[in-house]
Design a binder for this molecule. Structure first.
Ligand code: COA
Ligand code: AMP
Length: 630
């Protein structure tokens, strides 16, 4: 292994961040190149490339076609779930995106307007996103596994002029009809969109609502090509809602300029990819990983991106990932550890790998949750390729720490998320905001400013942005992840410090689930925590205390609670377990000791809170939680 240039590169960034980002910005086509790299006086903590003007869609499509990449595949859609696939070249994608933008513009969508995209994993999801970028409109993609009420909350907050959706999504053994969910969400939301474009899928077309809905493909085919609208680097490209500590999701804002620069830079620095290479990110366009590395990152860099509508197992078997890698010649696979655990469970010896030619495959990247060392070791031994865990959040848009193929890899340590990426001045702080010595656990925090592509604020909520992220440790962004940096500079991310849990790489708020349980007429109080799950990492469990006098069977109530969470939040919550308990640990003043319950669930040591009304209850709860682990 040649020595990594990481230390020098990180040092160079730290010595002169403006020079680092100014160089990175040269890889982007600007309408007006930015004279200033960063303005600390603008926005909540400053803004990147404040006087730059560009168009993100231009950088993702037009310029590649102009540079002769028109015939290269931009997107390969591989859908084992429908048995269909498609290859869309850059020239074809540009044609479709420009028409889709034309269809939106003809119906009144322009710069700054919001468009919600509620789609399964089909190329039209990426087309709709890029069409918005072309117009300077702001897209907000909502993951298909969310229920109508969650979609409604996002419609109410983003106030979209249009919604782009599909007639259905496909899960193994089940068709998810989107149209009834969309109709219910629009009915629930106080804000109504002017119109909807609906992609009719042959697996289950839907009735279009007259006066509101238009067939996506017909609208696209009829529309003229729309040119790119120049936007300020600081104008929003998208809003992506993510779980906060309450039921109200946070609208993470991404700008155009910083996003394009940082993502373009990450394609070479982190993933070691260049124009013409094939990248496969096995995630969903509804998550940040999908935004950054199914759509924008690979296209900005002129790569080919695989859009996969399938699962790691069951579509049709645990060899699906190896089949896709081999068939399309992907150099890099990026997925969540839970997908590997699912494959390992079905094919522990990895026999199916041998059936495929993986000669083009170079590296596996993992994120979304902490990767347990046995899973990383299994993948490393089986694939004989670098297995790179990198840590990031919806808020950051790209990784805070990792290993960098562009600098030459340093030795990976399984269980660690690598070393901080240039751009992030990462510190570990104690509760009082003081730095702790290397090797000691604390809260992981980034010294401001955050690098380009990180959120400049929350949608229409500067104050919530400040209070949720910047106030605990003045001068720092609080990641709400606990962990440490060891003597050699490796970052170890251990757990969240708030009520967010990670289920199958999906980020969920236990607070939001508690709000749903508390609404059940028989529930007096409740707590939701994550317990260990050998496949999904964590699984939520609801502990509920019933109101006095409720005489119904516990099992009936538990079933209703499970159904209620599925109905209100969606199947993605994977909420399958509610237990009726006699009592919950509380302080003498009646506050539920959620932090202590969480620690018991995580198997962490905890001090018995001095304010607890009855310490014996902690053992009772511990037994219930241990029994629920899988
Ligand atoms: N639309 C509708 N429903 C969806 C959905 C979507 N886009 N995505 C998931 N769901 C449903 C699933 O069908 C499942 O429903 P069920 O309760 O009826 O079985 C439920 O939501 C929970 O889904 P999930 O937690 O994903 O579990 P699973 O058992 O279906 O699959 C894995 C398990 C490990 C195979 C799957 O989670 C996986 O591939 N994970 C990779 C994670 C990932 O890509 N994360 C992104 C961050 S990088
Ligand atoms: P999301 O916003 O959905 O990307 O989830 C972000 C959260 O997932 C982080 O705050 C971490 O808690 C967790 N996470 C993501 N990637 C990693 C990783 N590589 N190692 C540990 N935790 C991770």
């Amino acid at each position: 292994m040649t020595p990594s240039r990481y230390d020098d590169a990180y040092g160079a960034w730290k010595a002169d961040p403006d020079a680092f980002w100014s160089r990175a910005a040269r890889a982007i086509d600007w309408v007006t190149p930015p004279a200033k790299v960063f303005d600390p006086k603008r926005g909540v903590y400053g803004r990147w490339f404040p006087d730059g003007v560009l168009n993100t869609c231009w950088n993702a499509l037009d310029r590649h076609v102009g540079a002769g990449r028109g015939a290269q595949p931009a997107i390969i859609w591989d859908s084992p779930i429908t048995g269909r696939s498609a290859t869309i070249t850059y020239a074809q994608l540009l044609d479709r995106v420009a028409r889709c933008a034309g269809a939106l513009a003809a119906r009144g969508v322009g710069k700054g307007d919001r468009v919600i995209v509620y789609m399964p994993m089909v190329p039209e999801a990426a087309i709709a996103m890029l069409a918005c970028a072309r117009l300077g409109a702001v897209h907000s993609v909502v993951f298909g596994g969310f229920a109508a009420a969650e979609l409604a909350a996002r419609i109410a907050d983003a106030k979209p002029k249009a919604i782009v959706s599909a007639s259905c999504g496909l899960e193994p053994g089940r068709i998810v009809k989107y149209k009834p969910l969309l109709d219910a969400a629009i009915a629930l939301s106080p804000h109504k969109p002017d119109f909807c474009l609906i992609l009719q899928r042959p697996e289950s077309p839907s009735e279009l609502t007259p006066g509101r809905d238009t067939d996506f493909l017909e609208a696209e085919a009829e529309a003229p090509h729309e040119p790119c609208t120049p936007v300020a680097a600081t104008d929003p490209l998208y809003i992506l809602y993510t779980s906060g500590t309450t039921g109200a999701p946070k609208g993470i804002v991404r700008d155009n300029g910083g996003h394009a620069v940082a993502l373009m830079n990450s394609m070479g620095m982190l993933y070691g990819l260049r124009a013409g290479d094939v990248m496969w990110t096995a995630s969903d366009v509804g998550w940040v990983v999908g935004h950054s590395y199914i759509v924008y990152g690979p296209l900005l860099a002129g790569c080919t991106s695989i859009l996969y509508e399938g699962k790691p197992v069951g579509t049709p078997d645990a060899g699906a990932f190896w089949r896709v890698l081999s068939q399309h010649g992907a150099k890099v696979l990026f997925t969540a550890p839970t997908a590997l655990r699912a494959i390992k469970k079905e094919d522990p010896e990895g026999k199916l790998v041998g059936q495929y030619d993986l000669s083009k495959f170079e590296a596996l990247f993992l994120a979304g949750e902490r990767c347990d060392p046995p899973t990383a070791e299994w993948a490393s031994a089986l694939l004989k390729r670098p297995v790179i865990d990198h840590w990031w959040q919806t808020e950051t848009g790209w990784s805070i720490s990792g290993n960098f193929r562009g600098f030459g890899l340093f030795e990976s340590r399984f269980g660690s998320g690598g070393k901080p990426a240039p751009g992030y001045d990462l510190r570990v702080l104690d509760e009082g905001g003081q730095e702790v010595p290397r090797g000691q656990i604390g809260t992981l925090a980034v010294k401001l400013p955050l690098p380009p592509a990180n959120l400049p604020t929350l949608w229409n909520a500067d104050e919530r942005f400040r209070s949720a992220y910047l106030e605990t440790f003045p001068g720092y962004y609080n990641t709400s992840d606990a962990g440490m940096v060891d003597e050699d500079g490796y970052v170890w991310v251990m757990s969240r410090t708030d009520d967010i849990i990670n289920v199958a790489g999906h980020r969920l708020s236990t607070g939001a689930m508690e709000e749903v349980l508390a609404a059940h007429p028989d529930v007096a109080e409740c707590a939701v925590v994550g317990v260990k799950d050998s496949l999904k990492g964590q699984a939520p469990i609801g502990l509920v205390v019933l109101k006095a006098g409720v005489a119904r069977a516990d099992a009936d109530i538990a079933r209703e609670l499970v159904a209620l969470v599925r109905d209100r939040i969606g199947p993605v919550a994977a909420f399958k377990e509610a237990r009726v308990v006699a009592r919950l640990p509380k302080t003498r003043s009646g506050k539920i000791l959620r932090g202590t319950i969480r620690k018991i669930a995580d198997g962490e040591s905890y001090a018995v809170p001095p304010t607890i009304d009855d310490p014996a209850i902690l053992d009772e709860i511990g037994e219930v939680l241990r029994a629920a682990e899988k």
